[in-house]
Every structure is written in structure tokens, then in C-alpha cells.
Design a protein around this ligand. Structure first.
Ligand code: SF4
Length: 225
């Protein structure tokens, strides 16, 4: 892949993509995984002809200085793009906080960019040994776990998010949360799964208040959204 950052879209004002700050979000093209509930399927393939010019995006961001605190690199999977570190440096030099949404698909790139970020939202999909059931990609769980351990070792500011897809078994999720806690993850959010019409598909775990109370004790910060 070349060095141009391939961008599929931009949201200039978001209150939900970076905790406690107003952010602009840059959606990068490309993801090698195929999650069943992916809301950005149109970004999975790389489509050079549909990329928005990076220079234009920098101009847009310049015009948002003073209104927006952070810029979040999202996707797709931002880690598959070789141009990511340089793009982060450019945006950071403009004075923005840097956020990253990732599922950890490329640990070597994560090792490079994580120390450049101010906050990372890290998607965990399933019990690491059964990742393929969600992503459709063999060994994706091993890769994700490697990336997650890296974030803990680097001591960067990050949150784990788990989308509560309806077929995820509650006992599997509880074991996964225990594993995350034992690895050293401090912040976890369980996210309600929404279908293509943005209607929430309620997972049974959300009606078990006693279990949720118990789970919350594993972490310094525990959110449901
Ligand atoms: S890792 Fe993210 S962008 Fe890639 S298919 Fe899964 S949900 Fe979609």
C-alpha cells in the first residue's frame, strides 16, 4: 500500500467519538476483517478512486480549530494504512488531541502509533479463541490479544469496547471480562448492538443488574452505552 492516507469520509463534529471532548472523526478506508455487525461495510474495501484528498481534510480541520478539541482516526481499520503515523503527526502538530478507533489488526503499527495518541477506543469482539466466528478471519483473536497486551504494556490511555452482539453467550462474556481484568485493562464499555435501522438488539446481559454490578467491580471504569 502506498503512502497516501485513504479516507472514506469525515464527520466534522461529534460528541460521542472521544470521551468528554468534541471531536472530528476521519474514517479511513480498508479493513481485512468482516464482522457481522459492521456499520461501516462500505469502508472495508480499499477504493483509491473514492478517497478524499488528505490536503483537503487538513484544510477542513484547520477551519475547526477552536471549535473541536480532538481528531479521531477511525475506520475501517486505521492500522492497515502505512501513512497513518505521518498523518497523526500532522494533525497533532495542529494542536488537536489524537484519538484512534481500532480492533488491533496490525500490532506492529499499533506499537508505532499508540504512543502518539491521547486516547484509544479498542474493539474487542469475542473470546479471543473464537474471534473468527465474528470476524471471519482465522487467528484474528491472537492478533487482537497481542495488540491489547501491547496497549497495557505501553500504559497508554485506552478503553475496551465490546459490542454485545445477540449471539454472544453471557457466560463467555463474563469469562472474557475476567480475562481483560487479569490482563490489566482498566476501562471497559459494553455497547448495545444496533441493526442497520439503528434499532437496539437488546442482549440479555443488560437486564441482569446484579451481574452488571458484579462485573463493574473488575474495572476502574465500566460503562454501558
Ligand atoms: S474490524 Fe471494525 S471496520 Fe473491520 S469489519 Fe469489524 S467492525 Fe467493521
Amino acid at each position: 500500500m502506498g503512502k497516501a492516507l485513504l479516507v472514506g469520509g469525515v464527520v466534522l463534529l461529534s460528541t460521542v467519538d472521544y470521551p468528554d471532548y468534541i471531536a472530528s472523526v476521519i474514517f479511513l478506508q480498508g479493513c481485512g476483517w468482516h464482522c457481522k455487525y459492521c456499520h461501516n461495510r462500505h469502508l472495508q474495501p480499499i477504493a483509491l478512486s473514492h478517497s478524499l484528498p488528505w490536503e483537503d481534510i487538513l484544510e477542513l480541520l484547520k477551519s475547526r480549530r477552536g471549535f473541536v478539541d480532538a481528531v479521531v482516526f477511525s475506520g475501517g481499520e486505521p492500522l492497515i494504512q502505512d501513512a497513518l503515523p505521518d498523518a497523526i503527526t500532522e494533525v497533532k502538530n495542529m494542536g488537536f488531541l489524537i484519538g484512534l478507533h481500532t480492533a488491533g489488526a496490525v500490532p506492529a503499527m499499533l506499537a508505532k502509533v499508540a504512543p502518539m495518541t491521547d486516547w484509544i477506543g479498542f474493539d474487542v469482539k469475542n473470546d479471543f479463541k473464537d474471534y473468527e466466528l465474528i470476524t471471519g478471519v482465522p487467528n484474528s483473536g491472537k492478533t487482537a490479544l497481542e495488540s491489547l497486551k501491547l496497549l497495557v504494556a505501553l500504559n497508554v490511555n485506552f478503553e475496551v469496547r465490546i459490542t454485545m452482539y445477540e449471539s454472544l453467550d453471557t457466560s463467555v462474556i463474563v469469562d472474557l471480562l475476567k480475562e481483560l481484568s487479569s490482563i490489566g485493562v482498566k476501562t471497559v464499555a459494553l455497547q448495545k448492538c444496533r441493526n442497520a435501522e439503528e434499532i437496539v438488539i437488546e442482549h440479555p446481559i443488560f437486564s441482569d443488574k446484579i451481574l452488571l454490578e458484579d462485573i463493574s467491580k473488575y474495572f476502574e471504569n465500566f460503562f454501558i452505552r
